[in-house]
Design a protein around this ligand. Structure first.
Ligand code: GDP
Ligand code: MG
Length: 449
């Protein structure tokens, strides 16, 4: 049997994957893109099950390479079960993807992850109602604590044997009739996962390719849908809205927090300050200044301005130290080679060529590492998401979105990972633009030049 793990980024997919597959895991690439493909085998059940960890995504729309990979996998491959992992602490956002996965005809089991955190907060989850509304089994687990993972796998094995046909939240909306018609049309041409494709066609999704005659038929069905006042004929927005509406109508209170309300309030307060219309940007530039100051400044804390001895910042000190260490080593080797009477050309090659070259490259390393350390602290604490929100207004003018901001900032550390990070951007045009801008963010290695 074969199970696929699907879910939002950071919902705990990889943690669950590692807990399931242990040492059998191996990592490759999905064909044509630099998106990790992890596969392994779960051996603790009655029969071995191979497990695929799909890339983390928020939606099955065709914008990022991750979305395309996950979606192609869901419609073209034949996994026996899709295990949809949901971060229980963020259930509403996570269910948005679930509503799309449920439109495929694959058997689905929902793994409600991070139950340990939820229990700690004293939250109550109405699993029965979740199962009833979604129409698939829901298993609360903790991937981190390796809790109830065996139950999850048993449930999935049972689900695989039962089979399933797709179900859409649009069944409860005024779009139902059109979706049914389109699904029938697609079934007639023998399309797998007809419901899923029908909804994507309705969304106006660009990677759905069909014959002209069929598209004309679909267009006819679309014509008959009454115009929506709020969204006109932007079906992508209409359907997204229906999904969220369904979630908030039916599933808003499946998780009830007893305590922890305080938590939410204080984080809201912090949010209000950090994303403040007036103070937000100064706070951001202040923080950025600090980071660069600690990394690059040779006049740390501006001590010399106050008549004190000038000191270098930690970043510069590290760089100097490494430089001295490297020169000492190179000198030793050089002397050793001279004493050993090695041919002059070989000495030149080794000392002036390889070692000095290596030294030149390594000398940038301390500051790059330090900058990345700070950036990753900001990223993991969630501050970067706020900064991206702030920068969105500025970057829009250049045809970029706030999301481009993090990769651009990383360009100060090193252009290579910065360019790799542009994969989170929504479309190829924006990715290309961000990559072409990258050389203008001078990294540690460009600075001396
Ligand atoms: P992925 O992006 O979906 O692959 O998510 P990861 O597996 O990398 O997990 C993201 C973060 O959530 C990590 O810091 C994990 O340690 C944490 N995490 C995963 N599962 C659990 C869980 O069951 N409970 C708690 N408290 N944390 C978890
Ligand atoms: Mg992962």
């Amino acid at each position: 049997m074969k199970f696929a793990l699907a879910g939002n980024p950071n919902c705990g997919k990889t943690t669950l994957f590692n807990a399931l597959t242990g040492s059998t895991a191996h990592v490759g690439n999905w064909p044509g893109v630099t998106v990790d493909r992890r596969e392994g085998v779960y051996k603790k059940g009655k029969e071995p099950v191979s497990i695929v960890d799909l890339p983390g995504i928020y939606s099955l729309s065709p914008y990022t390479p991750e979305e395309v990979v996950s979606r192609n996998y869901l419609v073209n491959e034949q996994p026996d079960v899709i295990i949809n992992i949901i971060d229980a602490t963020n259930i509403e956002r996570n269910l948005y993807l679930t509503t799309q996965i449920l439109e495929t005809d694959h058997p689905v089991v929902v793994a409600l992850n991070m139950m340990d955190t939820l229990n700690k907060k004293g939250a109550k989850v109405d699993i029965k109602r979740l199962e009833k509304v979604l129409g698939v089994p829901v298993v609360p687990i903790s991937a981190l604590k390796i809790d109830r993972i065996d139950v999850l796998m048993e449930t999935a094995v049972t689900a695989a044997k039962l089979g399933r046909t797709g179900k859409s939240v649009l069944d409860h909306s005024y779009l139902k009739k059109s979706v049914v018609l389109m699904t029938e049309t697609l079934k007639d041409i023998g399309k797998n996962h007809a419901l899923f494709h029908a909804v994507k066609l309705l969304e106006g999704d660009k990677i759905e390719i069909y014959a002209e005659s069929l598209l004309a038929e679909i267009a006819m069905i679309k014509q008959q849908i009454p115009r929506n006042e709020d969204f006109d004929d932007d079906f992508e927005a209409i359907i997204a809205n229906e999904r969220y509406q369904f979630i908030s109508d039916n599933l808003q209170d499946v998780i009830v927090f007893k305590t922890g309300i305080e938590d939410v309030k204080s984080s809201d307060k912090i949010d209000r300050i950090l994303t403040h219309r007036i103070f937000g940007l100064p706070i951001f530039f202040g923080l950025m200044f600090l980071v660069f100051h600690v990394t690059f400044s040779s006049n740390f804390l501006f001590l010399s301005w106050f008549g004190l001895d000038q000191v270098e910042s930690p970043g510069v000190i590290l760089q100097t130290q490494l430089g001295e260490f490297m020169s000492a080593i190179i000198e030793r080797i050089s002397i050793g080679l001279q004493q050993a009477d090695v041919a002059l050309w070989a000495q030149g090659l080794l000392v002036d060529g390889i070692l000095t070259g290596l030294d030149a490259v390594l000398s940038f390393l301390p500051q790059i590492l330090m900058l990345f350390l700070f950036l990753s602290i900001m990223e993991d604490s969630g501050y970067m998401a706020r900064a991206a929100f702030l920068m969105d207004r500025v970057l829009r003018r250049f045809g970029l979105s706030g999301k481009a901001f993090m990769p651009l900032l990383m360009g100060f550390g090193c252009s290579v990972p910065a360019m790799m990070a542009t994969r989170t951007l929504e479309n190829a045009k924006e990715r290309r633009l961000a990559i072409m801008l990258m050389p203008f963010f001078s990294c540690g290695a460009k600075l001396p030049i």
